[in-house]
Design a protein around this ligand. Structure first.
Ligand code: MF3
Ligand code: CO
Length: 254
């Protein structure tokens, strides 16, 4: 069931989104050579708690941390730990926070020091694909219009979109209806966008082929071919006009 949020609920979504976006920015600033992924997780945990919120991911279906930190060929759900980030890595940070019963959810891929030109292009195409999709996140369009815009932009730029994981409604639960795929096929439902819907749009883009594999830890998703992958996500509100970004990305680098 797709829930439409009331004015009051939207205000709570804004508060949750603000904390979540700030957590992403904080994590992104920590992406530097020599830092461990655990240090990022710890800092994010402490920040979210300091805001009177709770990390949405911690213990979600048994997930053991507050952020996902996915490096290079890791697509999503990388578990923070002893790994030391190195110059040239690309590092996807995904974070959720719950405040007063509502979740925010966002992600971005960050450069660790100097990265290759092609890696930089992957990150930028992934980010821009979100904004290409966002043009359709408004009344009068349907979910697959947004999905198609993301897929077309990514593929025109020579990259591929992951199929197995998708964006989603967000609200009292981190994952609500509808699913927001980053590709289209003929079997999909075609829900309309309506004001009051809150959704997380999150393209996962591979430099090589779209295929992925899940690691034996049961969480970490990697590209099947070992090529790099990037991720970009914001929670947004459908309005009677322009969509509103609930997880403001304006404090991110570039
Ligand atoms: N961040 C994911 C999403 O955007 C969910 C993370 S799963 C978790 O939908 F287990 F890591 F929390
Ligand atoms: Co999400």
């Amino acid at each position: 069931m797709i829930t439409l949020k009331s004015k009051h609920e939207i205000e709570l979504m804004r508060q949750a989104g603000k904390i979540t976006a700030a957590a992403r920015a904080l994590a992104g600033k920590m992406v530097t050579p020599g830092v461990t992924t655990h240090e990022i997780d710890k800092a994010v945990y402490e920040f979210i708690k300091s805001q009177g919120a709770t990390p949405s991911f911690l213990h979600y279906q048994g997930y053991p941390a507050s952020v996902c930190v996915s490096v290079n060929d890791e697509v999503i759900h990388g578990i923070p730990g002893k790994r030391v980030l190195r110059e040239g890595d690309i590092v996807s940070i995904d974070v959720g926070a719950c405040k007063d019963g509502f979740h925010g959810d966002c992600a971005a891929t960050f450069a660790c020091g100097q990265i290759s030109e092609e890696a930089r292009r992957l990150i930028e195409v992934t980010r821009q694909s979100f904004f290409e999709g966002l043009k359709y996140a408004r009344e009068g369009y349907r979910v697959p219009d947004l999905s198609r815009a993301i897929q077309d932009y990514v593929e025109r730029n020579g990259f591929s979109v992951v199929r197995e994981y998708v964006g989603h409604g967000v609200g009292r639960k981190m994952h609500e209806a509808p699913e927001i795929p980053n590709y289209v096929d003929h079997r999909m439902e075609r829900p309309r966008f309506l004001r009051g819907m809150t959704i997380a749009v999150e393209p996962m883009v591979n430099m090589g082929a779209a295929a992925i594999k899940v690691m034996p830890d049961g969480w970490t998703v990697k590209t099947a071919d070992g090529a790099y992958s990037a991720h970009y996500e914001n929670s947004i509100l459908i309005t009677d006009g322009e969509p509103e970004l609930l997880t403001d990305p304006s404090d991110l680098p570039e």
